[in-house]
Design a protein around this ligand. Sequence first.
Ligand SMILES: Cc1cc2nc3c(=O)[nH]c(=O)nc-3n(C[C@H](O)[C@H](O)[C@H](O)COP(=O)(O)OP(=O)(O)OC[C@H]3O[C@@H](n4cnc5c(N)ncnc54)[C@H](O)[C@@H]3O)c2cc1C
Length: 308
Amino acid sequence: MSTMSVAVQQAVRPFEMFRVAVKTTTRVSPHLVRVTFTGLELSEFADNGYDQRIKLILPGTDGTLEDMPTGDTWFTEWRQLDSAKRPVIRTYTVRAVRQADAEVDIDMVDHGDSGPASAFAGSALPGDEAILYGPHAAYDGPHGGLEFRKDLEEQTDQLIVGDESAGPAVASILEGLSERARGLVCLEVGSADDVLDLRGPDGVRITWCVRGDERGQHQRAVVREWLDSHPAVGRDEGGETTVLADGQDSAYWEVTTDRGDDVPPLSAWIAGESSAVKSMRRMLVGEYDVPKSAVAFMGYWREGHSEC
Ligand SMILES: Cc1cc2nc3c(=O)[nH]c(=O)nc-3n(C[C@H](O)[C@H](O)[C@H](O)COP(=O)(O)OP(=O)(O)OC[C@H]3O[C@@H](n4cnc5c(N)ncnc54)[C@H](O)[C@@H]3O)c2cc1C
């Protein structure tokens, strides 16, 4: 490489903006749509698996993405845009990356037309444009945007709980789990037709709950029964967490800040509707002393509130 080309080469950021278009949409279940995006740049989209989160950026009310800022201060500039020109930004999980085909799949809950991302999932057509703000393969370092504790997957029991919105992350986590992993995965969906055929290691029990009157109620019963039959699991008060969001307009977000060398007796990954996550947290932390050194409580969305 010449000195000149080194001099003009741009530093790659951990996350970059990838211009994409819809290639296909597939109904995975009545309320889950797989959107396959294509775009030449996706050959450089990093394939990190697990619960890698990204931003999906969709045209705003003016129908274009032309005004979307892309530089280092894009978020500040985006907030200052006139509302009619401001693209929609939502958080999603990468479900699959096929670098050789320059494709990325995102599995999106279709919860009706109340949200622009859900409306997009329900009506997207080949050629519809979007931007994925996601991890760039050329970045030489951790990209961030993953909470699942891969370092603990063989060392301690896993407790993984989620609703439909967390289903794609749980499916990817299960695909990545070591064969030696053990624990409980408990997923909740709104109807029996939305139960998926997810498989994991032999030592990981996968349980589906169909929602009752209250979000998460059946899951709490399943988790309680599992914890009661594993009395050694979870009884530890070590570690610290940081509550990063618990506001009027934001979903609950609490993750560990203490990734010390000690192996906790349980690694808990809990995601879904914010109040259900908080209820699960009350049970785990309040009643079962789940170790704070290995918890992630993540409100993926909040009933009655748009993401932003
Ligand atoms: C780290 C992370 C990863 C995520 N990964 C995924 C993913 O892979 N797939 C996925 O589908 N979602 C995922 N989500 C959740 C997704 O970001 C939210 O559901 C988002 O609010 C959807 O945007 P929207 O435009 O459809 O609705 P919004 O405009 O944000 O909200 C409009 C209304 O819809 C309600 N609403 C929002 N989401 C849901 C829902 N899931 N079910 C019922 N009502 C809802 C809101 O309470 C509000 O009343 C993830 C969230 C986070 C934080």
